[in-house]
Structures are given as structure tokens and as C-alpha cells.
Design a protein around this ligand. Structure first.
Ligand code: G3P
Length: 226
């Protein structure tokens, strides 16, 4: 399982990388726009520096033609190098671009997936990651977990190396269900990761241990200063 951050906020990324075992960052145009009037490529380079060489960065194109998407992919790779994943909406023109870019060895994340067949076509077009939108599907009364399970079975049957990076989560139950449906990765707003640890019983368990130990061995005592 890969845990990926769905944000472009530098301080949020820094904090999450410090705390959690994180495998990468995904962005989309709306997420980048939230950061204000940034120099987009300088900002993406800063994220890339935070991530280091072993974590993935996924950046989305905006053009609605295959030619435009391929031109954006070329510029993106000029700025960020060949390790960047070019995130492409899974439209007919997007699939055309994926086929050509895959043939050139470009890393691809197929995004905006709301249906099984979008994902199946993206796999055949050479996508490395597939990003189904879990909460947005749920909002449309689409059974997102059925979609994830079918994509997972398709990958297994095709013996494909493509990975599902489930996206668009609004609660922890959706993340758990996606993982149980067999995805290889989830991309999550870091505030949802923080929410995992927000339960009062967890905080109480930790503070009770400290209280009991200090009552016996002295205030401020721990394994370093007995
Ligand atoms: O990366 C894009 C995807 O996560 C969309 O999420 O929260 O806008 O539905 P959301």
C-alpha cells in the first residue's frame, strides 16, 4: 500500500512527511490554484525537493486535445525530469495522449475515473496509475467499491503492473473500504490522515500510561532518564 498526499501545500507536506510513511504527492489544477498566485513550476520543484528521489509526484495537464496534453507533458518533463507522473484526465483525447506518451516511456497517471471501462481502457493505453474518484462516485450514487474491485480484478487478470491510486476521499471509512477493495495506493488530504489519530480514547490511553509510570518513577521520567 502506498499512502500519497493530495495537496500542494508546502508546509502541510513538510509536516506530513515528517510524521507519516508517505510515498508521494498528487496535485490537480484546483489543488494548485488553492496555493495562490504561485510560480507553478518553482512550486512543483519545491515539492519535488521535499519528496526526494524515492517518492512519486503526479501533476495534471489541462489541455482538452491529445496534442495539447502531449505538449504539456513535454514541458512538465523539461521542468521536473522524467520521473514525474503526468496525470491525464481519462477522456477520449486523454486516452489518445496516454497511448502516445506510454510509447515514449512517459510515466502516466490516468485520473478523473468514474467508471470501470474508463479504467480498463486507461490500463490498455499504458497508464501506470489509475485514479478513481471515490467520494465523487458516491455523490453520484455509483458503487465506488464495486468499481475499485472490478479494476483490481482486471489488473490481476491482465497481469498488468498498473496500480490503483484511489482518490477523492471525504472520510476514513471510504479509505478503509478502498484498501479492502484491493487498491495499491490511496491519495488523501493530510487532514484526513490527522483525523485517524483524533480519537479521545487514543489520547487517554497514551496519557494514562504516562500518568501511571510517572506516579511510580517520578515526574518527567521516561526510559532515557531513570
Ligand atoms: O486528486 C483529485 C481528487 O482527489 C479529487 O478529490 O476531493 O476534489 O473530490 P476531491
Amino acid at each position: 500500500m502506498e499512502f500519497i498526499l493530495d495537496t500542494a501545500n508546502l508546509s502541510t507536506i513538510e509536516k506530513a512527511l515528517d510524521l507519516y510513511p508517505i510515498d508521494g504527492v498528487t496535485t490537480n489544477p484546483s489543488i494548485l490554484a488553492k496555493e495562490g498566485a504561485i510560480d507553478v513550476f518553482a512550486h512543483l520543484k519545491a515539492i519535488q525537493k521535499q519528496l526526494g528521489p524515492d517518492r512519486s509526484l503526479h501533476v495534471q495537464t489541462l489541455s482538452d486535445t491529445a496534442e495539447g496534453i502531449m505538449a504539456e507533458a513535454a514541458v512538465l518533463r523539461q521542468h521536473l525530469g522524467s520521473t514525474v507522473y503526468v496525470k491525464i484526465p481519462t477522456t477520449p483525447q486523454g486516452l489518445k495522449a496516454m497511448k502516445h506518451l506510454h510509447a515514449q516511456g512517459v510515466r502516466i497517471t490516468a485520473t478523473a475515473i468514474y467508471s470501470k471501462l474508463q479504467a480498463f481502457l486507461a490500463i490498455n493505453a499504458g497508464a501506470d496509475y489509475l485514479a478513481p474518484y471515490v467520494n465523487r462516485m458516491a455523490n453520484l450514487d455509483i458503487d465506488a467499491m464495486d468499481v475499485l474491485s472490478s479494476i483490481s480484478a482486471y489488473i490481476a487478470n491482465a497481469q498488468s503492473s498498473a496500480k490503483i491510486v484511489a482518490a477523492s476521499f471525504k472520510n476514513l471509512a471510504q479509505i478503509n473500504a478502498a484498501i479492502e477493495a484491493g487498491v495499491q495506493a490511496v491519495t488523501v488530504d493530510p487532514s484526513l490522515l490527522d483525523a485517524i489519530f483524533s480519537s479521545a480514547p487514543l489520547a487517554k490511553a497514551v496519557s494514562d500510561f504516562t500518568r501511571d509510570f510517572e506516579a511510580r518513577f517520578g515526574s518527567g521520567k521516561n526510559l532515557t532518564n531513570l
